[in-house]
Ligand binder design. Sequence first.
Ligand code: GLA
Length: 743
Amino acid sequence: MGIRFLEQERMFALDTPNTTYLMGIVDREGFLGHVYYGKKLGDVTGAKELLRTLEGPFTPETNSRDRSSFLDAFPFEYASHGVGDFRESSVRVRDANGCSAVLLTYRSHNIYKGKHALPGLPAVFGSEDQVETLEILCEDPCLGLRAVLSYSVFEDTDAIARSVRFENAGGAVLYLEKAMSMCLDMDNPGFDAITLHGSWARERHMERKPIGHGRFSVSTLRGETSHQEHCFMALAAPGADRDKGEVYGFHLVYSGNFLIQAEVNQFDSVRVTAGIQPEDFCWKLSPGESFQTPEVILTYSAAGLGGMTTSLHHLYRNHLIRSPYLHQKRPILINNWEATYFDFDEKKLLDIARESASLGIEMLVMDDGWFGNRFDDNRALGDWRVNEEKLKGGLGPLVRQINELGMKFGIWFEPEMISEESELYRQHPDWAIAVPGRRPTLSRNQYVLDISRREVRDCILEQVFAVLHSANIEYVKWDMNRPLTDLGSAALPADRQGELYHRYVLGMYEMQERLIREFPNLLLENCSGGGGRFDPGMLYYSPQIWCSDDTDAVERLAIQESTAMLYPLSTMGAHVSVCPNHTVGRNTPFETRGYVALAGTFGYELDITALSPEDKAMVPRQTALYHRFHDLIREGEYYRLSSYQENHSFDCFQVNSPDGREILVFYTQVLNGPARHSRFVRLKGLEEGVRYRVSLVTMEEGALLRDTGRVASGETLMYGGFRLEQQWGDFRSSIFHLERLAD
Ligand code: GLA
């Protein structure tokens, strides 16, 4: 498996099932350079020439007259700063003299089975049989700085995890001003960058554009992953699309400020860097101290974006999500947010629960507004005590009655926030993140708590734990509803203020870790004003994340498509809500809303007591569908067939059961039009020489599936196509079920 050091060539070879990653050491100088990343090489003979040590005018083995031209062109595995490489650096360190140059060169390496956890940070994991790790120790003797470049390779997945640990091995304080998780220099065949962009309620829409000379990046300075830019970039070679061609993917396992950048230089090579956003970052490293960067996942696919998706889904399902719910059917929940907003009491919740229980819904989630004097969103964050005006006698009686209905109970928290109008703020105004002497900017009339401080985390968790211990609460929605601004911590000295953004993220991770340790069976769903913190880091703590505050079925098509390009369907929080939709005012059929939500965790977010009899009648059918198909959807292989973002007309994807016996094809037509032919989509992952019977999922009384009388072979469906008829009306959705026929 995995990782080899080729003594003679002084090269490292990292193999995954279908890829090879090569690095080489330049003998005399110890520069570590990138050789190759791509399709698997059975035999690497001759590959060292790809290290580009022979480019004129300088070659390191012979003279140093033009050392700078070498430094500015060599494909560095982790780039220096300030000594002649003028491309984007990987690291910048301010030393005792105020200078910032760094040059790291190879010293030694270590290869071991398994993978160490990253202290305080989420990271992918695997057993000694599944993953192997290479640690390369590099050093800058002038600074006394060591950097351990870490590469973990999975035996069952085409993914490599990279990160860097810095150690101050010298005698003077150093300031890390930049510490990227990776650098990768390759030739640029004319790559397009594929990135995800959006806004609140419009998260993660895909963009594709060519990269040219200069720098193209995605980043955030909001202190969280953000609705606006996602911590992901893919580079797609010319001709690469969903099904074919070379695609490189870079995805950060981190939930704070990030930067991912592709820079094309004078020799038309591209340097990709990814890691913590260097702006407003400065970490003090005293002698003997170390700093661990977050991890970045690299994927290479020779089978287009679809191949990348398969690798990431596999990696996240098998090597990132730890929750006991990962492979379990999640309870079908109903959340009261869009039903009541802040206007609810025990009676209203019980009315919703009673109606829900009779229709097959399994859990009531009480959203924002149950604590302190939280009658609107201007107050009470930080006061995590039950509002007895709304819920008389506290949570105990309410939860008991809900449990008696056969339902579970879940609750909403926003633990990282503080309202000016709260007990907590009156007692501890200095617990809000703020710059001394400057009134911090309000957002949703709230401030951000300085959870870099242990006592702040303890105080909040103590309150949260007390609530959770007070009743049988089986689910928590952990929300985070504003970005960080006015960075300043009353607990940090001046030369450590640059650590606050990252310390905040570490504090949040620590709180979530403590929460799931205290309540190991809790189903945790992360959320940030919808999907503002949907990232691989959060999946380490929660198996699902609320995808977006936009629950409109049409808006969700693009959001869920791009989210599913990176994340398993089982991670996407998706609910059926009422129409006109609360975000866009659109009316879509109840059936369509159900089919779209079925692609995620599935649940409801509406006042079920006010639902029309026709819609209400569909709820038991939808919940039955969920039970019938959710194992398949959660565990199956996902394939994107057509994109509404591209064709502006319809959405289509497919999920195959792990044993290949059952397939679901989800088809949603947005606007109908006259005089159109049927659409043909080519199905994926079927078997040749096998026939499939096609049924249609139906909301009518009786069986869940209606036989269409259609039978087709695997090869017809994959190479010819599967017919999707134009549907009558707008916003129509169908789900087809294909069953493998016995030989
Ligand atoms: C955020 C969440 C919503 C809801 C509200 C409550 O916007 O995304 O689902 O919980 O907060 O304030």
